[in-house]
Write a new protein. Structure first.
Length: 257
């Protein structure tokens, strides 16, 4: 028996299947079962605020193990304050100038960062699709700010679709990646993520991001930032829902923290 047969035999034993059994819809019905996408989407779209807040806590816990820092903001002004503080306190890794690349996205624009640096040596760029210098500007930037389509709480994973004005490079090249996440765009697991992605009619490419870039190739010593950002920050935007007051939301924010 060769290695492949031995490997498959071990799997069959672990699954309590007969040694010579072949995979089929009859012998492994759970493996070939189709996913009820409509049911999954209904669950996602009917999720209550309380359930969304539970996902935030799961996202935070799983993000901690991946060296992801999660911030909670109840407004765009509060989210912007977190971003401004990061820009001011973090230092560029490869040069002495502070360039920041912003995705061309309404939620990033709503931070109004252009009016928050008065006489400070901070240069902001937006990844407009028509800009022929996006590559050079992104390479010069030490922080990239995006608004991912979704985030998966179960694995603290961002799902970043590549679209005009929202290139992958913004989340991959700068040393620090800041992601602006709306609470309602949090998903429980990858099953929900794939169900949503199936609805994308013109999906070009996408990136799944779980924490900073890392490697342990050299003497099994973990190093962040080997092939991409060395820091990742989630800013979860929890604007008041119609049934919530600002005071109630502030209380929830304190509980999550």
């Amino acid at each position: 028996m060769d290695n492949q047969d031995t490997f498959l035999s071990n799997i069959r034993t672990a699954l309590d299947k007969a040694p010579g059994i072949k995979r089929s819809k009859t012998t492994f019905p759970e493996l070939f079962a189709s996913t009820n996408t409509a049911e999954i989407l209904q669950k996602v779209r009917s999720r209550t605020v309380a359930e969304q807040d539970q996902l935030i806590e799961i996202l935070r816990e799983n993000g901690n193990s991946l060296n992801v820092c999660t911030h909670i903001a109840v407004s765009f002004d509060e989210a912007a304050a977190v971003v401004v503080d990061l820009i001011r306190t973090k230092e560029p890794e490869f040069n002495h100038t502070k360039h920041v690349m912003l995705h061309d996205h309404p939620d990033v624009a709503a931070l109004n960062l252009w009016n928050r640096f008065n006489r400070e040596a901070v240069t902001l760029h937006t990844s407009f699709n028509s800009d022929q210098q996006i590559k050079d500007k992104t390479i010069a930037s030490f922080i990239g700010i995006t608004a991912p389509t979704n985030a998966v709480a179960d694995s603290a994973t961002l799902i970043q679709l590549t679209e005009p004005g929202r290139p992958r490079s913004t989340s991959l090249l700068p040393s620090i990646h800041i992601a602006i996440l709306r609470r309602e765009n949090l998903l429980a697991d990858l099953t929900e993520a794939y169900a949503l992605l199936e609805e994308e009619a013109h999906l070009d490419s996408l990136v799944f991001i779980s924490g900073p870039s890392k490697t342990a190739d050299i003497e099994a010593h973990m190093v962040n930032g080997a092939h991409g950002p060395r820091e990742v920050h989630f800013i979860v935007l929890c604007e008041p829902m119609p049934e919530q007051s600002v005071e109630e939301l502030s209380d929830e924010k304190s509980e999550i923290r």
